[in-house]
Design a binder for this molecule. Structure first.
Ligand code: ADP
Length: 224
């Protein structure tokens, strides 16, 4: 379970301080699918980065599965998120110099999974994402939809309990967007908790709950 309590986050650049999150509290239960919406600059990505242990809050607590993780050092945050949290981004974030199968294998490398098991898991997840025929290709040789399916494969290959998705359909046409939402919904039905930033009401309609942020605060929390 994810629970943040009275989180604030400020950024200081030169003499200017931006308060990106103001006193935000939120609980996400295991198995929930939650959408985070709101206008550009309202703090959605900052919230997702904190939930994903990519950044620390300036104030407040973050309990991940009951353990306080909001003030961990970067090294400890990195250790903790490996295997526990999968990320899916709008721009796919695949490594151009690696093939699709090498990209998908990376989280298993980081976890020290042995080679034979890595190959087996990568093969399974590429089949599931219907991109096995592209395993030896490089990201730039794939369509956007295929790249995002590869990114989802990479996000789930280590069986994380939590997926954080930042506008996962933002760079896709509607057909590929639908496919990505179908895959995320299927993973959620199998028990994966998902928090997804989106601008799309349609994508939000796949979730259980919509959180609306405005100017760094939660202004609406609607169960669907
Ligand atoms: P959203 O994802 O809703 O568009 P963000 O979370 O990216 O919003 O940003 C919230 C606010 O924090 C914005 O005013 C943005 O300019 C600021 N911000 C985000 N990241 C940084 C950073 N690394 N340094 C300075 N300001 C930042």
């Amino acid at each position: 379970m994810i629970e943040i309590q009275n989180i604030s986050k400020s950024f200081r650049t030169d003499e200017v301080e931006t308060l990106a999150l103001r006193d935000v509290s939120l609980k996400v239960d295991d198995g929930e699918f939650v959408a985070v919406m709101g206008p550009s600059g309202c703090g959605k990505s900052t919230l997702l980065n904190i939930l994903g242990l990519l950044d620390n809050p300036t104030a407040g607590n973050y309990l991940l599965d009951g353990k306080e993780v909001g003030s961990l050092k970067e090294r400890d945050r990195t250790m903790l998120r490996k295997g526990k949290i999968g990320f899916v981004f709008q721009n796919f974030n695949l490594i151009d110099e690696l093939t699709i199968e090498e990209n998908v294998e990376l989280p298993l490398h980081y976890l020290g999974v042995k080679a034979s098991e890595r190959k087996k898991r990568v093969k399974e997840v590429l089949e599931r994402m219907a991109i096995s025929h592209r395993a030896k290709h490089f990201p730039q040789q794939l369509s956007g939809g295929q790249q995002q399916r590869a990114a989802i494969a990479r996000a789930v290959v280590a069986n994380p309990g939590l997926i954080l998705a930042d506008e996962p359909t933002g760079n896709l046409d509607s057909k590929n967007g639908e496919e990505v939402m179908r895959l995320l919904t299927e993973l959620n039905r199998e028990g994966t908790t998902i928090v997804m930033v989106t601008h799309s009401q349609h994508d939000a309609s796949y979730t259980h709950r919509v959180i609306n942020l405005f100017d760094g605060k939660i202004v609406e929390n609607t169960q669907l």
